[in-house]
Write a protein that binds this ligand. Structure first.
Ligand code: FAD
Length: 388
């Protein structure tokens, strides 16, 4: 077994780390009010890494899940909103466009993603259908060579900035999971409106998006059949990328905490000299190392999609580990850890997201538990759950 990154992977990580630990670190607090981190996005585009999952013929790097996870981990060490913005460009949405969109859309949108000129937004969640996707009410009706979309999506990232919306929807009112497909809607299409904003504890804003008689050419209906299965296949990838952000947040909090306990003196000695503090550091370190091993192994199975059970296991562990580690980081910073003066408070808030999106921990435990209990989950296990 080989536990080292390749030379190419090390170079990729080093270039992103230099940018993140320099510019991103110093700007990080500025994005906490919901401002989109355009400056960082442009600098990442300059490095060429924004198109990390975009196929090479469209100007991207065409790299697999593992390299994408490595980049997200580096960025999340210092800036959760930027990591989330990059997840938007490197996650499910890019894959949907690269694999299913007509050539005219692919050749226009993907190079713009690589250049940091086109932000993508994925619209799945509805006010009454988050985990329970089979309950979608958004509907796309086919009318000759056109398709007309009506519905509401909520908790949507990047809706204010997006040039393209990847919208999962019911097709022709067909019920259940089988009725789910996907349409592409460009910003500026009549009937598409961003109607509400939620500011989150992680810093970024989420939005409500409405579709009122949005009329599109039929070719924008990019997934007509097996939409749910394709969504979940892509989501197995997301289940390696979301935890990469959790891992980075925990590592960032750990680094900050190590610095702090060495510098801060109480009772005439550094905090790190107290056994109670050292035990906390040891547990944080142990947690991070275990999480990294699980996540990298899950990423390593991706061809192109990772093993669903390893990805689910890695996601649960990394998400919950990040909450524990960032929490202990705040604790060891004392009252200053609760202020904006120290990055650890931002990292702690960001860590709370992981287990909510991309498959809640409870649903993923269901998936793993059913397999362990001997249930036949089908050839790939992907369709075992009626939700994600
Ligand atoms: C920062 C952030 C960014 C987001 N970005 C996007 C985006 O860009 N696009 C988008 O479409 N959505 C986005 N979402 C929404 C996200 O995908 C949903 O919040 C998620 O799918 C869960 O849906 P819900 O919030 O409706 O929770 P619900 O489905 O109502 O679930 C609530 C809770 O119930 C529990 N639960 C659910 N199912 C089960 C079960 N089977 N067994 C036991 N317990 C269960 C879990 O604890 C779960 O967290 C984002 C959310 C956040 C926080």
């Amino acid at each position: 077994m080989e536990f080292r990154l390749s030379e190419t992977q090390r170079q990729l990580v080093a270039s992103v780390r230099e940018l993140a630990q320099g510019n991103f670190r110093s700007r990080a607090l500025g994005w906490m009010d919901g401002t989109f981190p355009w400056e960082n996005i442009k600098e990442l585009a300059g490095l060429g890494v924004l198109g990390i999952t975009v196929p090479e013929e469209y100007g991207g790097l065409g790299l697999p899940v593992f390299e994408t996870a490595l980049i997200l981990e580096e960025i999340a060490k210092v800036c959760y909103p930027t990591a989330m913005a990059v997840l938007g460009e490197a996650g499910v949405q890019t894959r949907v466009i690269a694999k299913y969109a007509p050539e005219a859309i692919r050749s226009r949108i993907l190079p713009a993603v690589v250049a940091g000129d086109c932000i993508l937004s994925i619209c799945m969640t509805e006010p009454h259908a988050g985990t329970d996707v089979a309950n979608y009410r958004t509907n796309a009706v086919i009318k000759g060579d056109r398709v007309v979309v009506n519905g509401v999506k909520t908790l949507i990232s990047r809706a204010e900035e997006a040039g393209m919306f990847i919208v999962f929807t019911r097709i022709d009112s067909k019920p259940g999971r089988e009725g789910i497909g996907c349409v592409l809607i460009e910003r500026g299409t009549p009937g598409l409106e961003v109607t509400g904003t939620y500011h989150t504890m992680g810093g970024e804003n989420l939005h409500e998006v409405q579709f009122n008689d949005v009329e599109l050419p039929l070719e924008n209906l990019v997934i007509r059949e097996d939409g749910f299965k394709r969504l979940l296949s892509a989501f197995n990838t997301q289940r390696c990328l979301n935890p990469a952000i959790s891992l980075g947040l925990a590592e960032g909090a750990f680094d900050e905490t190590i610095r702090y306990v060495r510098d801060r003196t109480i009772f005439k000695k550094p905090i790190g000299d107290f056994q109670g503090a050292r035990w906390k550091l040891a547990d944080m370190y142990k947690d991070i190392e275990a999480a990294r091993g699980l996540l990298y192994r899950a990423c390593w199975t991706a061809n192109p999609f990772p093993d669903p059970f390893l990805a689910a296991t890695a996601k649960i562990f990394c998400n919950e580990m990040a909450i524990r580690v960032t929490n202990e980081g705040v604790q060891l910073h004392g009252g200053f850890g609760f202020t904006d003066e120290y990055p650890v408070s931002r990292l702690y808030r960001g860590a709370r997201y992981g287990s909510l999106g991309g498959g809640a921990s409870e649903t993923l435990r269901d998936l793993i538990g059913r397999k362990l209990a001997g249930e036949d989950l089908g050839p790939d296990g992907i369709m075992a759950l009626g939700y994600f």
